[in-house]
Design a protein around this ligand. Sequence first.
Ligand SMILES: Cc1cc2nc3c(=O)[nH]c(=O)nc-3n(C[C@H](O)[C@H](O)[C@H](O)COP(=O)(O)OP(=O)(O)OC[C@H]3O[C@@H](n4cnc5c(N)ncnc54)[C@H](O)[C@@H]3O)c2cc1C
Length: 400
Amino acid sequence: MYDVIISGCGPAGSNAAYKCATAGLNVLMIDKDEFPRKKCCAGGLLERAYSALPNFSTDLIEKEIYGAKFVMGDESIEIKSDKRVAVTVKRESFDTFLFNSAINAGVESITGHRVIKAIERDDCVDVTYGNETISSKLFIVADGASSRVANSIFGAPSSKSRAVAIAQNLNVEKDSGNSFVIYTIGRSPLKPKLKNRFPSYAWAFPKNNQVNIGVGGVGYPTEYLKQSMDRIYKHVDSQFHVISDEEAAAHSIPYAVRDNFCTKRCMAVGDAAGFASSLSGEGFTYAIFSGLDAGMAAVDFINHGSSIPHAYRSRLGKDVLPYLRSSNLAARLVALSASFCNVPSLVRQFSSDHLIQKTCIEYVLGKCDWTKLFFACFKRFPKALVTSFGHPWVPQPPIV
Ligand SMILES: Cc1cc2nc3c(=O)[nH]c(=O)nc-3n(C[C@H](O)[C@H](O)[C@H](O)COP(=O)(O)OP(=O)(O)OC[C@H]3O[C@@H](n4cnc5c(N)ncnc54)[C@H](O)[C@@H]3O)c2cc1C
């Protein structure tokens, strides 16, 4: 009988495993893939996320990021910081590093096998992979946005809680800079309902000799998303000269938290729990924090007999759930504004506000919480809304 079994060794699962093992628990983690493995992702890791990581190695850094550039059709606005606000990583190396950190802390692993089901009993959880069933006192579900195991334990999430994202790595000749580039991708011809909206956008994130481009959205025809990717490919090519490219891949991103994500002996973490920002799709921060929170809750449960719902929820209530709620509200406001306003004008209004700029930087550095950023934006919102109201326009990526 293990103390803890973890299904999935991404950032959420490996961090949960590491936390449990360093406290002396007997832990097994299982992943369907062998490591290193590829993962469809842009690899943007905010300073506040990776500063929470134990022993982060600077060898993993592809590019240090000092700003963000918004490209809206032919117009672009760049915000710079004198402090590093993020880094980019390659998921193959980053996830393998986290996996190895857990192994070095004493975690056992089984890779190349999918967890098929988990049954919670009064005194244990029976976990089945391949033809084997093993038991543990606690089970942590960390197997990503499409987790069937999480659905069977916590109930299926709403079908309107997953966005689709496509990403592709381009090998480039020239240095691709040190800013995250965000593109608006126009309005969906399908006109999704407001409650189902996720502010869809595209990106180009610089890496060492590479740029990761991608597009994510809800309620856009796939063909439309592919055309946006095509334009961004050409835009990146015109600036940095693409030498070759890797195959594009698609994956879902959750943009709504599950109604239920813990029971007496089970916890869902990271994407499996729906913990990603509805505003940006950023999921690393919440995968890392919820993984560490679940690890600490497991230690409280095993060593002190604390109840899981209390031990896990009270930690998430400090560093995960309020941030996700505020990003959800912000996402709705952005989606609503985009229906009635001129988006480049809105972005100009917010990005020229020094208080917002300063607070955004503090936020990504982990130096202030969501309330400060939210109120800084809220203060500017009426003026930004009045100035930008009418002639709604969301530009498509530039045509090169
Ligand atoms: C295109 C794209 C770009 C993104 N870009 C960013 C970004 O730049 N910054 C950011 O912060 N976030 C980004 N995200 C979100 C981020 O990738 C996720 O939030 C993050 O990976 C969640 O980590 P996780 O550990 O919860 O899940 P995952 O990283 O998905 O890990 C789940 C693990 O479970 C394994 N697994 C799956 N099923 C089973 C099973 N049945 N049994 C055993 N193992 C299983 C998988 O092999 C995998 O190793 C992006 C997402 C996408 C799709």
